[in-house]
Design a protein around this ligand. Structure first.
Ligand code: NAP
Length: 364
């Protein structure tokens, strides 16, 4: 089948680089346009990215010349799908302009996540919310689909199977990697040998985005979930992987066996459809006393063999859960996710694969 031309905005950032790895020789999409700020424009992908040839297999991708991020450049590339890894301030107006031009925009940025008609999507959790795209298509030529904040991408995925057990409240303390703040986001001086118990705006995002994702589709909007979320966020000196200490409260006593079975047995539409970036198991339960750990488990989700040093598409797409400790109506556990893969680029690519499989992207 013919591939759909795609543009990637913010290709030189930490999320952008993961997108390039995931879209290089993707079965549905073909990278036709890379953009970044004016400072990066004019360089090839190979020249701009430090370890490009280690992670990118195709000469055509390495030879792509980075353009300045303007609507005119993106439209001129004839891309039908746009992946956005821009900072929110730059993303907001541009993504709306590209939607008006008929493009299908899959965004990592926070700008449109809470718009009533924009799906905030995790394909295993709320695939039905993709229906909101049809509401957008009544008012616009194209649509925007967003993926959540990186903490929420792991938290909402792990909570989804627990909702069937009567989940009513969640207290979560995060240990977030420095890569969560972007390439220039967190000063080494503030981070090395330190833990900062504050990330601006993060706790508010966790509450509202988790509520929208676990909420119910009600016509042309989502009615938020009644599950209460109490977050506390820390930045820790780890490169990649957000660890979260979760205490879940249920409306009845829960057992270790039923929590384990609900998490380990969870699978959803992406697994049934065998979407290219879907991990075989979206939640991996670790039974060792000291797991999950960012160093050991951040790449969880591998499907398929390692070919010529390159890993499978689903590397970093599974959430690891461990140290399940039920007590009466509560269960404490740790979870870990790869913040720039499942929490960003990989989540967005999986959203686009699901949209394509539901006929929302012309040409597939
Ligand atoms: N890092 C994470 O774990 C994570 C997780 C979930 C969501 N997100 C979201 O994903 C987006 C990208 O995050 P990131 O961590 O990859 O950030 P980053 O490392 O700072 O990269 C930002 C990218 O945007 C480009 N850019 C910056 N300002 C621009 C402007 N005014 N116009 C055009 N391009 C501009 C940069 O180009 P130059 O290199 O040329 O400056 C770079 O390619 C953000 O919205 C972030 O909130 C990040």
């Amino acid at each position: 089948m013919k591939k759909i031309k795609a543009a990637l905005l913010g290709c030189t950032g930490l999320v952008g680089q993961q997108f390039i790895r995931l879209l290089d020789d993707h079965p549905f999409f073909e990278l036709a346009c890379l953009t970044a700020s004016s400072g990066s424009a004019g360089r090839t992908c190979a020249a701009a990215l430090a370890d490009a040839s280690a992670t990118i297999a195709h000469a055509a991708t390495l030879a792509l010349v980075i353009r300045e991020t303007t609507a005119a450049e993106i439209i001129r590339s004839r891309a039908r799908v746009v992946f956005s890894a821009l900072p929110a301030a730059a993303a907001g107006p541009l993504e709306a302009e590209l939607r008006a031009a008929g493009l299908r925009v899959f965004s990592n940025a926070g700008a449109h996540r809470m718009d009533a008609s924009v799906p905030l999507l995790i394909p295993e959790v709320n695939p039905g919310h993709l229906e909101l795209c049809r509401a957008q298509l009544r008012d616009h030529e194209g649509f925007i689909v967003t993926n959540p904040n990186c903490v929420v991408a792991g938290l909402a995925l792990a909570l989804k199977p627990l909702t069937a057990l009567g989940l009513r409240a969640v207290t979560v303390t995060t240990f977030q990697a420095v890569s969560g703040g972007g390439r220039r986001g967190v000063a080494a001086w503030d981070t090395l040998g330190n833990i900062v118990p504050f990330i601006a705006g993060e706790e508010e995002k966790i509450v509202r985005e988790t509520g929208k994702i676990l909420g119910e589709l009600a016509g042309d909007h989502v009615a938020g979930s009644p599950i209460e979320i109490f977050p506390s966020c820390c930045r820790v000196p780890v490169r990649e992987g957000h660890l979260q200490s979760v205490s879940a409260e249920f409306d009845r006593p829960v057992s270790s066996g039923e929590i384990r079975e609900a998490l380990a047995g969870f699978a959803a539409e992406p697994q049934q459809l065998k979407l290219p970036t879907a991990p075989a198991a979206p939640i991996i339960v670790r039974d060792e006393a000291d797991r999950p750990q960012p160093f050991l488990d951040v790449q969880a989700g591998e499907t398929g063999p390692v070919v010529a040093g390159r890993h499978g598409r689903a590397r970093g797409m599974a959430v690891s859960v461990g140290r399940l400790r039920p007590r009466g109506r509560r269960c404490d556990l740790f979870l870990l996710l790869h913040n720039t893969v499942r929490g960003a680029a990989g989540g967005s690519v999986l959203n686009a694969e699901l949209a394509a499989s539901k006929g929302l992207i012309p040409g597939r």
